[in-house]
Every structure is written in structure tokens, then in C-alpha cells.
Design a protein. Sequence first.
Length: 272
Amino acid sequence: MCHEMLKKHKFQFIRFCNVHHEKFLSRSNVQVNTDSHILHITAGHGKVFINSEMHNLKRGIVLNIPPFSEFNFEIESGLSMMNIHYRMWTGNGDPLEDLFELPLSFEPSYFNCCEKILNRMEKIDALPLPEKLEIEMLAHKLAIKHFISNKLLPPRQHSNDVSINKIFKLLQSPDCLEYDAGKVAKSCFLSVSQMNRRFKHYFNIPPQKFWEKNRFNSVCRVLRKNDRSLAEIADAFAFSDQAYFSKWFKKTAKMPPLEYRKKASRELGFTV
């Protein structure tokens, strides 16, 4: 059933990272990403903690880190990994991670095939457009390879709180263009203080900050497409005007939106 649903899906490539650690790292800071990413360990040893669950790292191990999962590393010198960041949805628009997901850690028999694709991605990553566009196709191919070659698992609920899960999905909805704490809390029969406390308990971020981060990432995706004016984007995301939108974006991204667009066009997969 899971593999059947993959026949119709949407894939968004976000970025490719080739990471090498020359020095020993006793424990990295805890990170939380809004996208899905798959890490391919190509050399060295270490440990990763995903939502406090420990997994050993060595060549041939692949890690799946779902969105909004806490993770950090213990790294021995010489650890290398090649990673892809992405998002996937079903044909109906449901986030894939809400339905099923890869194991957090697995050791595929086809790792050499993965490495060939990743090495090709590394070479393409240094090329200018339009040659660089192939990297998105390869990332898609690699992600699908993992999904069809492994036993998929039911999703780990972000929380066991039905109301908070509903708010989580509501704040990610493209229709949620403005944040109204009272309205959001009321939709789940909570007070604003209850919503804030319970949401932060599960996601380590207040709901308003979560919404702001999600909106910023959505704006960045639209800017990278390079086919809409700033006025159109400002209107689509319910900003009062283009000037306010540009001021907000510069404050958040530390650069004006047009500069971001130019940088993104030079560096496919650039994200903040």
C-alpha cells in the first residue's frame, strides 16, 4: 500500500551537502530541521542521537531524520557523509511523513549504487546552471530508491496530543497566511496559554515562531522559482505591501529578497 502511494507524489529538492569532519567532536549542539533529510555515511565512525535514540555511524549506514526531530552527533575524526534535504507529498498533498517513513537507521545492500549517485551529485553541484539542474533529478532518484527498497514504517506521531497535532497541521497549511493565536487555539478548544505551553512541550518552539519559520521557508521556495514579482509574492503571503514584505525578508534572511533570489539562482538548493 505504501509503495502504491508513491506512484503519484510530489518531490521538492532543497539542498545537497557533502560534509567532512576532520576533528573529534564530543557532542554537537541539538539541531531541529523543518525538512526531511537522508544522511549517507561514506567514511569514519561516530554516533547520532535522534530524539534521544542513539545510532552508531560507520561507512554504509544511512540515516533518515524526519522533520522536527531533535538530533545531534558524537563524531570521531575522519567522519564523512553526503546528505540530501527534501520534502515529499502524496498526490493528494499529504506530507509523506504523516503516512509512513523510512527507518531512522539502515544499512542498504545497494550502498555502492547510492555512492555513485552521490558522487555524481557532488560533481554537478560545482557546475553552473543549467547543468546543475540534474542534481534535483538525482536526489529524487536516490530518495525513491530508499523508499522502494526498504520496509516503510508507520509515522512517529509528533505528539500524542490530538489537539496539538491538529494545530501543527493547521500552521503548516498554505491557507494559514496570518497568525491569530486566539483563533488557532479556539479551533482546538484550548486557551492561548494552554496551546503555547503544550505546543512548545512537544516541538521545543512556540507556535507563533513555528508558523513564522514555516512561512519564511515557503517564501524562500517561491523566490527560488524566479517567476513571480515581489509584489505578487507579498500579496500571496498577505503582506500589506511590497515595501513591508522586503523589510521583513531582509530582517529575517539578512539580505534583500532579490539578492536572495540571485544567490539561489547561482547556488541551486541554497536555503536559509
